[in-house]
Design a protein around this ligand. Structure first.
Ligand SMILES: [Zn+2]
Ligand SMILES: [Zn+2]
Length: 264
């Protein structure tokens, strides 16, 4: 008998909506998609970014949060007998705006807070570390990919220390568009520090299945997930759906992928 997977594949912990300006579909459409798949639980985890200087908004505007929260609560009530609907934020780090971020997290009683780090600050503006757009990749390459990666993990460590975080999202997504880049020894030490801190704080690790479409494994990679499992860090599956049809994507691969013998 194979062991049960260490993650609940009937719960999708990371779903966006069209409110973030780079996804499509209403909240209701995502719920319907989850029901069609037979999921028991979904968590809307919408983008909160504060003070980001970037030419394209990929997060909610101030006035969207009320709509997001109220519509989410309405749907949770409507579908309460069929699926548990949770509401949360995917908080993007901005080291220049930590107080403002902390303050904003108290505006609503969110069920969960996901910690992410998308935008790298350099010379007065931000560059998106998880974008494939040339201007981002070129700027980050010029700064130096190893330094960007070090700063990325240092930022996450700082974020975890200073913000209430239920789950760390797509932990190694800084490599998303750097397929040939490998972590160096000091990056691995930072990852160990991050995992130790998560363990201490009871923060879960997201197994972000959007990675299967890009590199045939989730974010983060097997080595990091193996360390997390070994130290008892809980795992949360998240599709990072930006389209209703992406809810629960690749979850069927997780039980096999997470089997102990294949976690090598
Ligand atoms: Zn997004
Ligand atoms: Zn993200």
């Amino acid at each position: 008998m194979p062991e049960p997977p260490p993650v609940n594949v009937k719960a999708d912990g990371h779903i966006h909506t069209r409110m973030c300006n780079h996804a499509r579909g209403t909240m209701q459409q995502y719920v319907e998609s989850a029901l069609a798949l037979g999921l028991h639980q979904i968590t809307f985890l919408e983008h909160l970014e504060i003070g980001i200087r970037y030419d394209h908004r990929t997060w909610l505007r101030d006035e969207d949060f009320d709509v997001f929260f109220c519509e989410g609560k309405k749907l949770a009530e409507k579908y309460r007998d069929q699926i548990l609907i949770r509401l949360g934020l995917e908080v993007g780090l901005n080291l220049q705006a930590m107080d403002a971020i902390r303050q904003r997290l108290t505006d609503y009683p969110w069920d969960t807070i996901g910690l992410s780090y998308h935008f790298y600050y350099h010379n007065g503006r931000h560059y998106n570390m998880v974008s494939r757009r040339h201007e981002n990749l070129a700027a980050l390459a010029e700064i130096g990919q190893d330094s960007v990666i070090s700063d990325y993990f240092a930022g996450l460590i700082h974020g975890l220390q200073s913000l209430p975080s239920s789950v760390v999202c797509h932990l190694d997504a800084v490599l998303r568009h750097l397929p040939h880049r490998r972590f160096n020894q000091s990056h691995w030490l930072q990852i160990d520090t991050l995992l130790a801190l998560m363990n201490e704080k009871g923060t879960a690790l997201e197994v972000n299945t959007s990675g299967f479409a890009i590199r045939n494994e989730p974010y983060p990679c097997k080595r990091i997930i193996r360390s997390a499992i070994a130290s008892g860090i809980p795992l949360v599956a998240g599709s990072d759906a930006h389209r209703p049809e992406d809810v629960g994507r690749f979850f069927d691969r997780l039980p096999q992928w997470l089997q102990p013998e294949s976690v090598t």
